[in-house]
Write a protein that binds this ligand. Structure first.
Ligand code: UDP
Length: 387
């Protein structure tokens, strides 16, 4: 194998590192991936009977306020003006998400002004007694008060995480804005949109460089193939973006992950739910949300008599499942510290991405982290080597 760098995993983190190392540093990069396609969980493909682009591993919405990331991603794809909006079904009624003045007034059957709504929520959050919240449960009560928390967050979170919200980090909930206006944009970021030709076209452009070789269906832990852990580590620098616990053979125990199952259906109707994502806030519905993919691309010429929906179910991941979300309980965090020490001690290997760092990174965060790894570690290393 003729490579200056091996990248394990072809998601956004891995491909960004590969592209920068090939283009900016002039390195020959081999990217391997266990799956039959590139892109990790951002991979998408047309559903064969309708041509509707389906995000195979759940809906991916691109948004960022990082100017450098925005400039970088625009080198590889155009973006549509798509703006993400989510609704949630609770008690047989549909409310706008994230929680905003529209949600609050509909829920309380009121016509509160922004200040009245703030006062109401503050009153309902008084049970915390001014204490700083220590976990997701308390953080949610602080943000929106108990009645809204119990209606829109508690049961959805129970389905999504199956973990006592007192054991979940509050960052999970502070991802969502709470607004005292009728603005129901899901994200607060400056830039937002979907790749005009789809995620896979974008990811392929990223990988399309004469110095990059991608080898699919290649398992880093399969010693019988040439680009394996045993044959590469110590010989060639490696950027590893798989699960960090897997790399160390679960020596400190397994980190807990949530995985998702999807039930896809092609329906003989032009429009199933009138919106891209409908959440199901209540415990009596087993799925967390339904995606209807045609609505991500209203600008496309999709069939008008059929639609593709995907119900999303969440559960704990076994070793053989695809990990999606780090659960990040106290026990996980303690374990992660020992894995981080081990990772620092692993010479010639850098760990990155959602799986490699056990962090709930969005796409733009993974890309930003990859650019930083190139700037701060890989560029100085390779330039120094040549100097
Ligand atoms: N959440 C919720 N109700 C909702 C939407 C989100 O309780 O209708 C909570 C839930 O705990 C979820 C978290 O907020 O895990 C973050 O939601 P987000 O939509 O950002 O999750 P993702 O799209 O990454 O799955």
């Amino acid at each position: 194998m003729n490579a200056d760098l091996v990248v394990v995993g072809s998601g956004f983190f891995g491909l960004t590192v590969a592209e920068r190392c090939a283009e900016e540093l002039g390195l020959d990069v081999v990217v391997i991936d266990r799956r039959h396609h590139i892109g990790g969980n951002a991979y998408s493909e047309p559903e064969p009977t309708t041509g509707i682009e389906v995000h195979r591993y759940g809906a991916h919405l691109f948004h960022t306020s990082n100017e450098r990331v925005w400039e970088y991603v625009n080198r590889f794809t155009d973006f549509t003006p798509y703006v993400h909006r989510v609704y949630t079904n609770h008690g047989g009624e549909v409310f706008p998400m994230p929680i905003n003045l529209g949600t609050i007034n509909q829920f309380f059957r009121a016509a509160h002004s922004p200040q009245q709504a703030r006062d109401l929520v503050a009153e309902q959050a008084a049970e915390l007694g001014g204490r700083e919240p220590a976990n997701l449960d308390e953080k949610a009560v602080q943000l929106i008060g108990r009645p809204l928390y119990e209606a829109f967050i508690r049961e959805y979170t129970a389905k999504q995480w199956q973990t006592d919200p007192k054991d979940l980090p509050m960052e999970v909930i502070s991802r969502l804005p709470v607004r005292y206006t009728y603005d129901n944009r899901y994200f607060n970021d400056t830039h937002e949109g979907l790749p005009a030709q789809g995620y896979t076209a974008w990811l392929e452009r990223l990988a399309d460089h004469p110095r990059i070789t991608v080898q699919l269906e290649t398992d880093f832990f399969d010693a019988s193939q040439p680009v394996s852990k045993g044959s590469v580590v110590g010989q060639v620098p490696v950027v590893y973006t798989g699960p960090v616990d897997r790399y160390f053979d679960y020596a400190e125990g397994a980190l807990t992950w949530r995985t998702l199952d999807f039930e896809e259906e092609v329906l003989p109707v032009g429009d199933f739910q009138g919106t891209p994502v409908m959440n199901y806030a209540d415990a009596d519905v087993p799925y967390t949300r339904i995606h209807e993919f045609r609505h991500f691309h209203p600008e496309r010429d999709y069939p008008t008599d059929r639609t593709v929906i995907m119900r999303e179910f969440s559960r704990f991941a076994q070793a053989s499942d695809e990990p999606y979300y780090p659960v990040n309980t106290e026990a996980d965090r303690a374990r992660l510290l020992t894995y981080r020490d081990a990772a620092r001690g692993e010479r010639g290997v850098l760990f990155g991405g959602r799986l490699g760092t056990y962090k709930y990174l969005d796409m733009h965060m993974a890309i930003a982290a990859a650019l930083s790894m190139v700037d701060n570690t890989l560029a100085p290393h390779f330039r120094g080597e040549r100097a």
